[in-house]
Ligand binder design. Sequence first.
Ligand code: AMP
Ligand code: MG
Length: 313
Amino acid sequence: MSAPIKPATAEAITEAADILRRGGLVAMPTETVYGLAADAANADAVARLYAAKGRPSFNPLIAHVTGPKMAKTVAEWPELGAKLAGTYWPGPLTLVLPKKPDAAIADIANAGLDSLALRAPAHPAARALLAEFGKPLVAPSANPSGSISPTTARHVADGLGDKVDLILDGGACPVGVESTVVAIDGDTAILLRPGGLDRVQIEPITGPLARPDADAPLASPGMLKSHYAPDARVRLNATEKRPGELLIGFGEIGGDLNLSETGDLAEAATRLFAALREIDSRHPDAIAVAPIPERGLGEAINDRLQRAAAPKD
Ligand code: AMP
Ligand code: MG
């Protein structure tokens, strides 16, 4: 049976918090994508979450918090992290910080690492749920692992409807791509994943972002090559359609569906996952995608597109 979809009213949020306290799974809107929330301290609930998504257990989860005060109960709070959070929380920025040894976070939530990823989401429904629950919630994207991320409640129901207890509907996600993940190592900030906050906004605070060292403990263990993948094959940097293809356009390259006719990268990010779903549902031989400039949010869009285009095995 598919989980109920309920508008994120105060009443529905109270119900959601009760479900979470009992170890259940609730899909919640955030400004980036819909998240599948579970009590970060409850190992059984987190195990159920990994199983529902089919997510490999070596891929650690982001713990969502109301803000720095809650974050400090579970992680160290170095000055550079505090500065970034002070500027960009709540918002689409995840910080990877040293986990406090006594943190009430189930080991499987962060794959047994001694670091923990933390984010304070800005969406009012996610904030209300966190405030009511009162403790960190892990919340990866609310979709089967490896498939296209959900940006509406309907997308969640289509992918995971029978595996969650409640879907809170807060409308379409305004940012549309996942958070930027930055690891803090002393005075150094390392970009683990480009996302909804672009580097131009981060680097005035951190200096140039370092690249992850593939062998370093802080390298993002869950950055799989194939991810966000539609059923159809994806061909990037296409300026025209080949036979059997449908084209996702950008700017002047019109396409069957355009991410942003004015070439606005924020608008393109907002529409990206819904566009991939829509075009994939028409079962083309392949999905062609117009070139997206690498500046601003283009870095996050291109990261998602490259993974969508990567061979699946
Ligand atoms: P997702 O929830 O699927 O959007 O992904 C969360 C991202 O954060 C993945 O790329 C994880 O590998 C990364 N991440 C979560 N926790 C950690 C951690 N402790 N250290 C490094 N990367 C992390
Ligand atoms: Mg995901």
